[in-house]
Design a binder for this molecule. Structure first.
Ligand SMILES: [Mg+2]
Length: 241
């Protein structure tokens, strides 16, 4: 454990892609929907093509959401419609209905999935002995609560802070300051852990909070970071548990 970690008392975890395995959970639901809607036969596309286009469209929409260019409902409405467009389906009433059905089913099923990132429970289990643990997420409280409660994370989590609470998203420093206030933590008591370089890591830094970048794919980046790990297990060494 590094010396300055001694005074840390609060761990703030991002949820999606950090503790809750967003990729694996989304993929499982998309596979169910691909099978049930017979998309392979209807559009002559493989599941990998469906998944690939969906991921590309979805990520681009979320980037725009983070920048405040799109609302939540627009992201929802557009992502499957644009995926079907990318797969070559012409505009029609049938396409709109299919997009709406895919979105409704996805929204219902995805947050009920329970796959966690490898090592998540073990890390929370050992960290909870010494630290107070909170979730700080840009996701929406209704869906994030389903994920936390369904996947076994709940017993370790004291405060669940959502950007929706105050209407600003990470990396806006106000959401980090709100998170500190809510748990009664000081900047120097807190450590943020997340997979998004800008939202989680730069955001925390701008709020004066130390952060650990969870970068499982070792994506290259230009930032000089004090703490970066590829596996959650490595965080135990940083926080001394
Ligand atoms: Mg994340």
């Amino acid at each position: 454990m590094s010396r300055s970690m001694n005074r840390i008392g609060h761990l703030y975890f991002d949820l999606d892609h950090t503790l809750w395995d967003f990729e694996a959970n989304a993929r499982a639901v998309l596979w169910e929907l691909y099978e049930e809607t017979k998309l392979g036969a209807v559009l002559s596309v493989t599941f990998d093509a469906f998944l690939g286009h969906y991921s590309t469209v979805n990520e681009a929409l979320w980037d725009r959401y983070r920048l405040g260019q799109l609302g939540r409902d627009e992201v929802r409405y557009v992502r499957f419609r644009d995926t079907l467009t990318a797969l070559g389906m012409p505009d029609s009433a049938e396409k709109s209905q299919l997009a709406e059905r895919l979105d409704a089913e996805f929204m219902h099923r995805a947050p009920r999935q329970t796959r966690l990132v490898e090592g998540a429970i073990e890390l929370l289990e050992s960290a909870s002995v010494r630290y107070r643990i909170h979730i700080l997420t840009n996701g929406f409280p209704d869906t994030q609560n389903l994920k936390i409660d369904g996947s076994g994370l709940a017993p370790y989590i004291e405060h669940r802070i959502s950007s929706a609470d105050i209407g600003v998203l990470k990396p806006d420093r106000r959401i980090f300051l709100h998170a500190l206030r809510k748990a009664g933590a000081k900047r120097r008591d807190a450590l943020m852990i997340g997979d998004h370089l800008v939202a989680d890591i730069i955001g925390a830094r701008n709020a004066g909070i130390e952060a650990v970048y969870f970068n499982p794919e070792a994506k290259p980046h230009p930032e000089k970071l004090r703490f970066e790990v590829r596996r959650l297990q490595q965080i135990g060494d940083i926080i001394g548990v």
